[in-house]
Design a protein around this ligand. Sequence first.
Ligand code: WQD
Length: 330
Amino acid sequence: MAVLITGGTGYIGSHTVAELSAEGVDVVIADNFFNSKPKTLDILREITGREIKFHEADVGDKAALEKIFSENDITAVVHFAGYKAVAESVSKPLGYYGNNIRGALALLETMGERGCKSLIFSSSATVYGIPENVPVTEESPLSAINPYGRTKLIIEDMCRDLCNSDDGWSITLLRYFNPVGAHKSGKLREDPNGAPNNLMPVMLKAAAGEIPELGVFGNDYPTPDGTCIRDYIHVVDLAKGHVAALKAMKKGVHAYNLGTGKGYSVLEIIETFKRVTGADLPCKIVPRRAGDAAECWSDPSKAKRELNWEAGFSLEEMCKDAAAAAGLLL
Ligand code: WQD
């Protein structure tokens, strides 16, 4: 028996493979390296000390999926594979709908045909759009505001409709807030192909002198220091959330916020990063980024109650682990 991890060489996928393997779960990875690197496979085999089966495949390719299911006894799937850059989704919406929706559809069809009806889906806080109230609960209104977020919402709806049509399915939707940090070994980290969009990888580039400075997207929001507030969560906490979710799988479709329940502003992140790393971090205030919410942070109590999971790493540890993996800790 094995768990199929689509996108398993990506940032969150690879950390989840490491945590599942540590729990003795056999995993099979399917990835096309669109936003990851083959060397991650070697790192995972080294970290886990286990042979990890791998199929280079696009989850939108049903023939490839059928081959994976025919060669492995897949009992559950964790589906990470998908495009995830908000700004890129605005400029290339059809590419995002095509890749993300087609991939999810091919996967769900193949799983159903093979009688594998246990799925954990990598959803996102972006399905809450610009939340009217914080903290955000799983019952907060869903309203994606960009094509990337809409693909997540459409796939969630596909899962809800599927469960309504067939009570044999067990589907868990994990809504991530802002993943940062890296594996303690420093060998797994956020290492996107191409220019990063998210705050932490941009901060790391500024601290490393690879870019002149970090641009802070606006300081005129209605928050204590004027910069946006987010719920940053250590990627290892997030990975452990998937282990907990796998253990708690149950019939029907169930959504959970995976966050810390604490919000930090951009300036607080910058200050914490500089304090724990001793790094110089040149930055300057620049105009707002379209679509940014002033505040978005979670109420993670449902995951604690039903998955017996809660985040444990501090913001300091998130910054320190991210810097260490980027070779920035002196
Ligand atoms: C965080 C804060 C920016 C970069 C997105 C997706 C979400 C999830 C996480 C996938 C914001 C500010 C950022 C920079 C900055 N991804 N910032 N300068 O937008 O909260 O969420 O990534 O699931 O779905 O929507 O994350 O890291 O881009 O931004 O000032 O160079 O940092 O304005 O306030 P975001 P982010």
